[in-house]
Design a protein around this ligand. Structure first.
Ligand code: FAD
Ligand code: NAG
Ligand code: NAG
Ligand code: NAG
Ligand code: NAG
Ligand code: NAG
Ligand code: NAG
Length: 586
């Protein structure tokens, strides 16, 4: 049967027209409605030859594969643990489970393209993006959007999809002192930068630094701006300037109906609101993003510890006490990344410590401080309390270092983690009440949260700047950020190819954060660093904004051209165990 969708032009705006039969599935390689090679060739011609049919990422290691190449295999194996290798590959992503282990660079395992999108648009213009969406709409094909593939929830890979690869849309343009909004022509005072939707953090930092400016960006060099700002985007600078999404003033977007729009506070306000915090690949594909820059601060780097013996009876009290001081520390100008641990090998060269330690470790910064002793002064009340409460059994150290700019600091302090593993994360945003209200409950919750790996991250990335942010036209960022000081995160790895191990890790992460959830009943989690299987995820990730987001999703994408999970309005479809995307049976 010929499907109705084949004869419908993409721009058909009739909300009741469905591009797929009500109980149908998206086309899939091998399905009767999958386009012929000739039809794909037609798309390639429309794209000026920019259509890719990439070999599965690990194929060079597998003798049965056409691209088998024993000389190249060691390079792919070595690259697999780096963020850059997966970023530069058209389909590969950071975390192995999301490709269902269908082609690791290991000849002992399987290799097929099954877990990956078979076709990719290597986009460099909004027109390329539009052609890709148009083709997918017309032929009932699932769309995937990959920028860098960093996503911890697996939202940038989909089997059987046409993938739009944003990585090469990475132009950068600086606007000194003012920016004129498209449409209204309103002139906003302040310096800004317009970047392509695939631009990576480090490129923006370097470019703006040449103007003595910086942006609210992430801790990783290679994170892409598209996924970052669509989730919110936290930063060590956010406690002063708001989240990355709060700093965005204009976006160029290709909508699910294939319109190329420029959205800002004066035009297409709903879409502008939703794109900043409402989640990636849901409301369209962002091809250009304009955001404020800020004069680069000079940085006082502060590394510190407040620790004891893991066998001490007061470990939980010590951790709870230090974490309860975070609102004070942040109100004093500190921000950054911290780890609480109930027991781990001592990672530092500080002399005279046991080989195993428990407590708190901070990698923090203070902006524009003139006093070289600023950190010691801020820490004094904490240090005094430790001495009084635990008489030398808990100790506190700090070292500081000065950097002339944010970039100079970042060059020494960027995220140096590894890709190419199987892992999940769980998140909770902690407000002032949770941090200072009930020390005993906080201590227990932090201990439970640390259980899966023995340590848990407590990022000081919200606070005043995020709470008081006034994003232009408002935005869809989880309202829980507006009362939060701390983003608490725990991660856990598991063995590949082992569904039981995966399910156990998910359950452990979920259970371990239950006390933190109970402590913060009105809060939520950060979508970009969260467990994809959060219960009631719609409200956990978007709170009271979910209702409006859903309305906007239905208006801009009535036929669900964009689908991902967990993403706004995805309930009308589900991914079947074999990877096919089909109308929801519910
Ligand atoms: C090493 C590392 C460090 C990190 N540091 C931070 C941090 O400091 N702060 C923070 O907030 N988060 C951080 N994150 C999390 C990060 O925000 C997410 O991983 C985010 O999804 C990355 O976006 P991406 O575009 O690079 O990745 P992708 O995986 O390619 O994309 C993520 C999601 O956004 C969609 N998307 C991407 N580009 C576009 C676009 N142009 N238009 C529409 N949709 C798009 C994708 O479809 C997908 O749904 C970090 C992650 C890693 C791995
Ligand atoms: C698209 O066309 C280019 C240029 O002709 C070609 O190199 C490329 O292999 C084609 N892509 C596919 C998927 O066939
Ligand atoms: C994608 O396009 C970019 C920019 O034109 C080009 O440099 C790159 O080689 C292309 N990638 C592939 C895999 O063809
Ligand atoms: C940046 O700051 C330095 C040092 O203050 C100064 O010499 C330089 O001219 C500034 N550059 C720009 C582009 O303003
Ligand atoms: C705490 O006080 C001791 C002296 O009693 C000092 O050596 C140490 O540096 C102080 N720690 C911090 C973090 O200021
Ligand atoms: C898979 O993981 C489970 C749980 O960790 C473990 O008990 C089991 O032995 C593992 N299976 C294999 C084949 O390694
Ligand atoms: C993942 O792989 C397993 C084992 O090969 C298979 O049973 C399952 O259907 C695959 N899942 C998807 C979503 O493709």
């Amino acid at each position: 049967m010929v499907q109705l969708s084949l004869s419908l032009p993409c721009l058909s705006g009739l909300a009741f027209v469905r591009c797929t039969p009500l109980n149908g599935c998206r086309a899939y390689p091998g399905s009767h409605d999958w386009p012929s090679n000739a039809v794909w060739k037609g798309l390639n011609e429309t794209l000026g030859g920019r259509l890719l049919a990439p070999a599965p990422p690990g194929a060079v290691c597998h003798p049965g594969q056409p691209t088998y190449n024993a000389d190249q295999c060691p390079n792919v194996k070595a690259g697999w643990s780096s963020y850059d290798w997966h970023t530069d590959n058209p389909v590969s992503v950071m975390w192995d489970q999301f490709a269902n282990y269908t082609c690791l660079p290991d000849p002992k395992g399987p290799c097929s393209g099954q877990g990956y999108p078979p076709y990719v648009v290597n986009a460099t213009t909004a027109e390329h993006v539009k052609h890709g969406i148009e083709f997918a709409r017309k032929h009932n094909i699932r769309i995937n959007v990959k920028n860098t593939g960093h996503d911890y929830l697996g939202r940038s890979i989909a089997p059987g999809a046409l993938s739009i690869w944003m990585h090469h849309m990475n132009s950068i343009e600086y606007h000194a002192d003012e920016f004129k909004l498209d449409g209204s022509g309103k002139v906003l005072k302040g310096s800004a930068v317009t970047v392509g939707g695939g631009t990576q953090m480090y490129d923006i930092y370097r470019y703006t630094d040449a103007h003595n400016q910086t942006v609210v960006g992430g801790g990783g060099k290679s994170v892409g701006v598209g996924g970052f700002i669509s989730g919110g985007g936290h930063s060590t600078l956010a406690p002063r300037f708001g989240l990355a999404a709060d700093n965005v003033i204009q976006i160029e977007v290709v909508t699910p109906m294939c319109k190329i729009l420029t959205v800002n506070e004066d035009q297409h306000r709903d879409l502008f609101w939703a794109l900043r915090g409402g989640g990636g690949s849901t409301f369209g594909i962002m091809t250009k993003i304009t955001m404020w820059t800020h004069p680069t601060p000079k940085i006082t780097d502060v590394k510190w510890m407040a620790i004891t013996d893991p066998k001490a009876p007061f470990v939980s009290d010590l951790i709870s006490y230090i974490v309860s001081q975070m609102p004070y520390l942040m109100d004093s100008g500190m921000s950054g990344y911290n780890l609480v641990s109930t027991g781990m090998p001592n990672p530092t060269p500080f002399p005279g410590l046991p080989t195993e330690i428990a407590g708190f470790m901070g990698a923090n910064l203070i902006q524009n401080a003139d006093d070289p002793n600023v950190a010691a002064k801020i820490f004094k009340p904490l240090n005094d309390t430790l001495k009084e409460k635990w008489q030398g059994q808990a100790v506190m150290f700090q070292t500081t270092e000065q950097y002339p700019s944010f970039l100079a600091w970042f060059d020494k302090n960027y995220d140096q983690g590894q890709a190419g593993q199987s892992s999940y994360m769980v998140s909770r945003l902690l407000d002032g009440k949770a941090l200072t209200g009930d020390p005993e409950a906080l201590g227990k919750a932090l201990k439970a949260g640390s259980a899966p790996s023995g340590g848990m991250l407590v990022f000081m990335v919200a606070g005043k700047g995020v709470q008081d942010a006034k994003p232009r036209g408002g935005n869809a960022v989880n309202p829980a950020w507006r009362t939060a000081y701390v983003h608490a995160v725990e991660g856990m790895g598991f063995a590949p190819f082992n569904k039981t191990a995966e399910e156990e890790a998910i359950k452990l992460l979920d259970t371990s954060f239950q006390p933190l959830r109970a402590l913060t009943p009105n809060s939520g989690a950060y979508i970009n660093e969260a467990l994809p299987f959060e219960k009631d995820w719609q409200h956990t990730f978007w709170g009271t904004n979910y209702k409006r987001l859903l309305k906007i999703k239905r208006a801009v994408d009535p036929t669900d051209v964009f689908w991902c999970s967990p993403c706004v309005g995805n309930d009308r479809w589900e991914e079947r165990p074999d990877g096919r995307l089909c109308r929801s049976s519910k």
